[in-house]
Design a protein around this ligand. Structure first.
Ligand SMILES: [Zn+2]
Length: 482
């Protein structure tokens, strides 16, 4: 069979080769003591980073149960594990890399049929091949780090709706501090989607060996990353991203091109429904009743307002039709969302609030949880407790004032360790800036960042802290509306 490769296809082939080389080098390099444990589970692999104390069985049970709950909530079948191979084999990494290179050099047609037009796959029993997996991967599984640097664990691909799918990896870090520090981003507590190859290579290129060793563990899109003190709600939320990603992939859509309100709304609507948490109603209603609309949702309200949109669409269309919309590239969300505004406002018009609800709304709107995380190393205990109270709906408006008062008091000069933790947070302001579309605001904060770096270099705590709070307030005021 002759393979004719056109220009466009040649690019794809190159990308495939690059991806293969990437995978091989990702797992074949490394000489540090192994800072992680990898264990197989029903749907993929768990990678526990420096977390010897994590109760592995509990984690596996919770994640497996959550996967079942999420898929059945949407009346979708749960992925089927490959029961033929209960224990993934450990493969010598050299052997694995040799297999790949010989396949590439001797029989490229084995590797690439589906990218160059043939629909032939090696797994005859399946209806269709998954374009994200090579036939070899469908047959043997996906490589994860094994019991030591010399070995790889080949995790078989589960099946879902006639497809072999990428096994799901769940990475667990000892604390949010360590997770945020690794990603140089203190604005998140967990995520779905894997580490971009660019980030991995940048870490390697710039000689950040330790960082590279950890980032390279999570190169696949089907990845959830979180810290060991996660809450079940968060685990369910991230697993819902996985389910919606699979759904979109399977039906020709692209999850990551959907508006954030829909992506996060879908995940939170699912998690809130499963956990019987309806606090989103009061927050979305407060926004609606104060005249807010769906085209100008402040970023801190994305999850709750997103949930209210998804809830409305499910009520109007039913779960099946909503899923169809989600994966249909023809749906123009920029038109759909504003057109919902009158119904959306009406659906939230009757909601009544307690003092605790209104304070919770203010706290979410002002991003107090984000502020707490950015200030964590120096924040007094009292401020911590205030944020907990507010987010639980047990706080008052005075609590919010008190929080800002506590924050504005300059803490005692910190130890070098705390300095490092605070300095590590500076790039988070840049992440927030890049999400803001107003160039003037971006300039203001870019200047604040330069100042912060200068004060940090001089270990000028008073100026550093004051500027940090100023930057924080600007984050709060402008954290990417829209
Ligand atoms: Zn999310």
């Amino acid at each position: 069979m002759a393979i004719v490769v056109s220009l466009g296809e040649a690019v794809v082939v190159k990308k495939v080769l690059l991806a293969v080389v990437l995978v091989v080098t990702l797992f074949a390099v490394g000489s540090l003591a192994k800072p992680y444990t990898s264990i197989p589970w029903l749907y993929g692999a768990m990678i526990l980073v420096q977390t010897p104390s994590v109760d592995q069985q509990r984690l596996i049970d919770q994640a497996s149960r959550a996967v079942g709950d999420v898929f059945s909530f949407w009346d979708l079948p749960t992925p089927t594990p490959d029961t033929g191979r209960a224990t993934p084999p450990q493969t010598d990494s050299q052997e694995y890399s040799d297999t790949w290179s010989s396949m590439l050099t001797q029989s490229p047609s084995l590797m690439l049929p589906r990218w160059v037009g043939s629909s032939q796959g090696t797994s005859g029993a399946l209806q269709e091949a998954n374009p994200c997996l090579s036939p070899w991967e469908e047959e043997h599984g996906i490589a994860f780090p094994g019991e030591d640097e010399e070995h790889l664990m080949l995790v078989p691909c589960p099946t879902w709706r006639g497809w072999r799918i990428m096994p799901l990896s769940i990475g667990v870090f000892p604390s949010r501090e360590q997770l945020n520090r690794l990603f140089r981003n203190y604005t998140f507590s967990a995520f779905f989607g894997g580490v971009s190859p660019m980030d991995i290579y940048r870490a390697q290129d710039t000689g950040q060996k330790e960082r590279y060793e950890l980032l390279r563990l999570f190169p696949y899109r089907a990845t959830v990353i979180m810290s060991a003190d996660y809450r079940i709600h968060l685990l369910v939320h991230e697993l819902t991203h996985w389910a919606s990603w699979l759904w979109c992939e399977r039906n020709g859509g692209d999850l990551f091109s959907l508006p954030r309100l829909i992506i996060e709304g879908f995940a939170d609507y699912t998690a809130d429904s499963l956990m019987h948490d309806d606090s989103w109603t009061r927050i979305a209603a407060a926004w609606a009743q104060q005249g807010g609309d769906l085209t100008d949702v402040p970023r801190p309200l994305t999850y709750q307002v997103g949930t209210s949109i998804v809830s409305l669409l499910v009520q109007e269309e039913g779960k099946d039709s909503f899923l169809e919309m989600l994966s249909d590239p023809a749906v123009d969300w920029d038109a759909v969302i504003p057109s919902l505004t009158p119904k959306w406002r009406a659906s939230l018009g009757d909601v009544e609030f307690s003092t605790g609800d209104m304070s919770m709304y203010r706290a979410v709107l002002q991003g107090l949880a984000l502020c707490r995380n950015l200030l964590a190393p120096v924040l007094p205990r009292e401020a911590y407790d205030i944020v907990d109270r507010l987010y639980d709906g047990r706080g008052t408006m005075e609590d919010i004032d008190r929080f800002w008062k506590l924050v504005s008091q300059i803490p005692p000069k910190p130890s070098e360790e705390i300095w490092q933790e605070m300095i590590a947070r500076i790039p988070s302001f840049m992440i927030v800036q890049s999400k803001d579309s107003d160039p003037d605001i971006r300039m203001v904060r870019a200047r604040l960042q330069v100042k912060l770096e200068k004060y940090a270099d001089n270990r000028d705590w008073q100026s550093f802290y004051t500027t940090f709070i100023e930057a924080l307030r600007k984050v709060v005021a402008h954290y990417g509306t829209g």
